[in-house]
Design a protein around this ligand. Structure first.
Ligand SMILES: C[S@@+](CC[C@H](N)C(=O)[O-])C[C@H]1O[C@@H](n2cnc3c(N)ncnc32)[C@H](O)[C@@H]1O
Length: 342
């Protein structure tokens, strides 16, 4: 009877249900523009997420002045303001739906210490600390955008993951999520993680693989296709290419991690894919993208010489494509974990 994945009741253990590769839903009129089915899915959406969806989709704050990390200023191209924080919290739910409510897949039981690298708003680290009250959880980031009221076993520090990791303790578990746009040399960051783990400890990474992929021929004339090419060129020019994710498994194996597991998941951009699971993922991913496009794109595109107003005009076309159910695009998500030898 239980047909709802109630995300208030998080499932933390075991393997999530296997979902086959997304297939096109023939009941969706091809080419129809579909708004994200906010709340209409069988996947229950929390009130806090609905608020977050409203804020992320709102165009009101879009044109306002964005703020960026002051610490190591200029390194990270995405903003850190309230709109971006709401996007990250929404994205946290998107990752949770992806794994049917789970926050991690590594076979950890009760780590005594855990690190969340580049923790953003801290939403994952705080939930993890609540789940494991005897685990000391540290979250690091370039921005101090985490709440002040925290579980006793959770704290945050400003730290640049590309610099030395001189933490006083080693960690039993290190987690990193949505870091694809962060680092000049992601493999070097993974090496620091390896060195900072206790023997037998796990590193786990969750990230998207850019550019988008498509069922069938990529729509090369579309704004969406051009956007993917442009932001990737901008990120490469800025020295932080968005190409690391498919290499995580190999890099971890080369570093000496054992039993490295990689699982793939898929986020359709609109309701083109069949089934409640994919409709729910698309609902969140579409809001995340439509509301987040400007924050994600502005620095990397102006770095290529685009004028800000031209970026905004172009992104309007990309938003139309994101909602267009005849474009069968998806972001491939990689979840990778492995163990440091004992
Ligand atoms: C897309 S957000 C993901 C946040 C969080 N991991 C999550 O899944 O919600 C990327 C985060 O990485 C942080 N970041 C970027 N470069 C960093 C660096 N060199 N060291 C530490 N944090 C960094 C940013 O400030 C931002 O909060």
């Amino acid at each position: 009877m239980a047909t709802f994945l109630d995300l208030e009741t998080t499932i933390y253990a075991g393997e999530p249900e296997d979902h086959c590769f997304p297939v096109v839903d023939d009941n969706i009129a091809q080419g129809e523009t579909s708004e994200a089915p906010n709340g209409s899915s069988k996947y229950r959406i929390k009130q806090s997420v609905e608020d977050s969806i409203d804020s992320v989709s709102s165009e009101k704050t879009e044109a306002g002045e964005r703020t960026y990390a002051e610490f190591r200023k200029g390194k990270y191209p995405l903003p850190n303001d309230l709109k971006e924080q709401q996007r990250l919290n929404l994205q946290h739910e998107l990752f949770r739906i992806t794994l049917e409510g789970r926050m991690f897949l590594a076979p950890i039981t009760n780590p005594s210490s855990a690190l969340d690298v580049a923790a953003g708003t801290g939403v994952w680290a705080i939930e993890f600390a609540n789940l494991f009250p005897s685990t000391q959880v540290l979250g690091t980031d370039l921005s101090a955008i985490q709440p002040k009221e925290l579980p006793k076993n959770c704290h945050f520090e400003l730290h640049d993951a590309e610099e030395d990791w001189n933490f006083p303790e080693k960690f039993d578990y290190i987690h990193g999520r949505a870091l694809l746009s962060c680092f000049t040399d992601p493999a070097a960051v993974l090496k620091r993680a390896y060195d900072s783990l206790t023997p037998g400890g796990y590193l786990e990474l969750h990230d998207g693989k850019f550019p988008f992929q498509y069922i069938g021929e990529p729509p090369k004339d579309s704004a969406m296709y051009k956007w993917n090419e442009t932001v990737m060129a901008g990120a490469a020019k800025a020295g932080r290419p968005w190409t690391g994710t498919p290499n995580y498994k190999r890099w971890m194996e080369e570093l000496g991690f054992e039993d490295v597991v990689e699982k793939l998941y898929y986020w359709p951009t609109s309701g083109w894919a069949k089934g409640e699971y994919y409709k729910a993922l698309a609902a969140y991913w579409q809001v995340n993208l439509v509301g987040g496009l400007e924050g994600i794109s502005m620095k990397v595109m102006t770095g290529l010489g685009w004028k800000e107003d031209d970026v905004r005009i172009f992104l309007e076309e990309v938003r139309k494509d994101v909602k267009d159910t005849s474009i069968h695009a998806y972001l491939q998500i990689h979840v990778v974990y492995g163990r440091k030898p004992s």
